[in-house]
Design a protein around this ligand. Structure first.
Ligand SMILES: Cc1cc2nc3c(=O)[nH]c(=O)nc-3n(C[C@H](O)[C@H](O)[C@H](O)COP(=O)(O)O)c2cc1C
Length: 246
């Protein structure tokens, strides 16, 4: 049983790949009306993106209420570069038998531009190989810690993560430019359901997760975040996947 959260599709794809390779079921936590029956789960996995070297709040809230089962558990954090001590944060909420970070294309276009096309393709190809290896280890129920923590993981996962959640994770800078045609795709696809249309333009409520699906998926590229995202490319994994993996 694999639970995932994903903004721009990296973690969704990784979760689906792992489920296929290990013969498991996969659930998007934002679509769950009620918890599936976990009594026969042979393993429990969590897949989600690293946010400021920590666990996205929506995933933290989800696992806090999840009953603990005496089965093999694993976590896979997708990240553009490094994961810091995300695993330490997470395993305080839900104990894990295995932890992995998985390098995937960067979607945090508030901080920097996306990876270039070659890097994106290389990261996805390398992730495929790594997921196949993970699947074998998971099936053997091997305890593995293969996490790229990066430099100063403690500082990043405590101080920077605290600052991100307290100050940086604000929806206020989001706005739609004149290219917005009011299609409402942003409101429809928002996993936190915090976008509504006012006079045909999106407005964001404060509970935004900052997953950046809206800005990356806008068909008109009409969404910006303050001054930081103008001129930057957009990223969603869908564009790079064969039809049967989307
Ligand atoms: C708010 C936010 C914060 C992020 N922080 C980090 C980070 O600390 N380290 C990192 O390597 N990547 C970071 N990223 C990049 C994502 O973790 C990475 O692109 C991930 O694979 C996106 O997954 P998704 O497509 O499932 O949403 C961040 C992305 C967002 C949106």
């Amino acid at each position: 049983m694999i639970f995932y959260f994903s903004g721009t599709g990296n973690s969704a794809w990784a979760a689906r790949q792992l489920a296929r390779l290990t013969g498991d079921e996969v659930y998007d936590i934002t679509n769950l009306k009620e918890l599936p029956d976990m009594s026969n789960a042979k393993q429990i996995g969590f897949v989600f993106p690293v946010y400021a070297w920590g666990v996205p709040e929506i995933m933290a809230d989800f696992v806090k209420n999840l009953s603990r089962k005496p089965v093999f558990t694993f976590g896979v954090w997708t990240c553009g570069g490094d994961a810091g001590h995300t695993m330490k944060q997470f395993s305080k909420l839900y104990p894990l038998s295995s932890s992995y970070s998985l390098r995937m294309p960067n979607n945090y276009i508030i901080g920097s531009d996306t990876d270039n096309e070659d890097e994106i393709l290389q990261k996805i190809a390398a992730a495929r190989t790594e997921l196949a290896r993970m699947a074998q280890e998971i099936q053997r129920q091997e305890g593995v810690y293969r996490v790229h923590e990066g430099t100063l993981p403690g500082v990043k996962s405590r101080l920077v993560n605290f600052g991100f959640n307290k100050f940086a994770r604000t929806a206020k800078p989001f706005f739609a430019t004149d290219s917005c045609n009011g299609c409402g795709q942003c409101a429809k696809c928002c996993p936190a359901c915090v976008i509504s249309l006012r006079d045909g333009k999106p407005v964001w409520a404060a509970q935004c997760l900052q997953c950046l699906r809206c800005i990356n998926e806008c068909p008109q590229q009409a969404i910006q975040y303050g001054k930081s995202t103008a001129g930057r490319r957009r990223y969603t994994i869908r564009v790079y996947l064969p039809q049967n993996e989307q």
